[in-house]
Design a protein around this ligand. Structure first.
Ligand code: HEM
Length: 128
């Protein structure tokens, strides 16, 4: 029996890496991060309902440099994911799908997520 060489589907390494590919992965990654971040929010609310001592403990943990780093990341993840969701909403109207527009929307998502996260933390954490 002769073995015919079949066409191979292109491997991931064949593709040129694009910002839209990165955003696709980031959207799912931030979605997963949002699940874990929501657990942190629930833990804080549960501690508050439990009493002053558990609340102080959670506040101390969240107020540490590591806690602040995680909360900053969670804020960025939420905002980045929300803006990504709005990007999908825009696409639902078949707008912003052309070459160039996709990249522009992707960069706008990245830049706006960083700017908005800094605005939220400046107003509600650093200046509060
Ligand atoms: C804590 C809040 C949220 C959590 C835990 C969450 C979680 C997730 C996860 C895990 C995915 C990936 C699903 C998959 O790829 O199979 C996802 C996708 C998605 N999320 Fe969220 N999400 C949250 C908030 C939001 C918000 C606020 C928006 C809109 C403003 C949004 C819009 C979307 C959209 C449109 C997709 C689908 C994207 C696609 O089709 O590729 N999400 N979300």
């Amino acid at each position: 029996m002769t073995v015919r060489s079949r066409p191979l589907s292109p491997h991931l390494q064949v593709y040129r890496w694009t910002i839209t590919m990165t955003m696709s992965i980031l959207h799912r990654a931030t979605g997963i991060a949002n699940y874990f971040g929501t657990v942190l929010l629930v833990a804080w609310l549960a501690a508050a309902a439990w009493g002053q001592q558990p609340l102080n403990l959670v506040n101390d943990i969240y107020g540490s440099w590591f806690g602040q780093l995680v909360l900053f990341g969670f804020t960025w993840s939420l905002i980045h994911h929300m803006l990504g969701g709005l990007r999908h909403f825009v696409w639902d109207f078949i707008i912003g799908m052309e070459a160039g527009q996709r990249e522009m929307l992707a960069w706008a998502n990245v830049i706006a997520s960083v700017v908005l996260t800094l605005v939220v933390w400046t107003l509600f954490v650093w200046m509060a």
